[in-house]
Design a protein around this ligand. Structure first.
Ligand code: T5A
Length: 205
């Protein structure tokens, strides 16, 4: 019954690059897959993404941000993720609820129990089968992201914010060892690619 694979990490860790490696690996093995991202993945969820990442004249409250992430997730799950998994496909998703724990709990300081409540409401028992965590020092990741272009509302947060985000990711990787594979994303692209391929071969064969 399908396989749900997510890719996580701080800004500029190389998730987009990693996703290409995963998709190529699946393609070479003739696996049926879809790719998606969060927030986003459907026309409505992409509109929510644009809203939550944009700068606004008013303050965006932490709870509003949290709810927009889960609103987009609900739409992506219902329209794309669940139907693909039910059809036996691999779903490759750039970020999912682990990002909410990392950013909205670690970064913003929202109690993780509140996130767990929304997780249950929106996802039921659905959790990723495998998560590739691209781990990099936030300063290095932000330098890569800045070199690429303008920064969105969340990317403009302080370096301390992203240290807290990274710390929650690493805590979760230590807790959910069946789900997570930690990739050293500070290495060269070729080396990161090799680590990803090894992880896929080890976990998925
Ligand atoms: N968010 C999301 C929440 O707060 N809560 C949530 O629940 C969810 C789902 C958008 C934002 O939303 C937040 C988190 C984010 O702030 P996003 O678009 O996925 O999420 O986030 P970004 O991290 O902004 O995505 P980026 O595109 O910036 O980062 P990537 O995809 O990690 O990085 P990538 O692959 O584009 O690489 C960045 C640059 O580095 C180079 C690439 O060529 C590129 O130029 N690079 C390398 N350079 C040297 N060596 C390597 N190994 C390299 N790998 C990549």
């Amino acid at each position: 019954m399908g396989l749900f694979l997510t890719i996580e990490g701080v800004e500029g860790a190389g998730k987009t690059t990693a996703k290409k490696v995963v998709l190529r690996w699946l393609q070479e093995r003739g696996c049926e897959f879809i790719e998606t991202r969060e927030p986003g993945g459907t026309p409505l969820a992409e509109q929510l993404r644009a809203l939550v990442l944009a700068e606004h004249e008013e303050q965006v409250s932490d709870t509003t941000e949290l709810l927009l992430m889960f609103a987009a997730r609900s739409q992506n799950l219902g329209e794309r993720i669940e139907p693909a998994l039910a059809a036996g496909k691999v779903v490759v998703c750039d970020r999912f609820t682990d990002a909410t724990y990392a950013y909205q709990s670690g970064g913003r300081g929202i109690d993780e129990q509140r996130i767990a409540l929304l997780e249950q409401l929106v996802q039921g028992d659905r959790r990723p089968d495998m998560t590739l965590l691209l781990d990099i020092d936030p300063e290095a990741g932000l330098a890569r992201a800045s070199a690429r272009g303008g920064l969105d509302r969340i990317e403009q947060e302080t370096v301390e914010f992203f240290h807290r985000v990274r710390s929650v990711y690493l805590q979760r990787a230590g807790r959910f060892t069946d789900q997570y594979v930690v990739i050293d994303a500070s290495q060269s692209m070729a080396d990161v690619e090799q680590q990803i391929v090894t992880a896929l071969q080890t976990r998925l064969g």
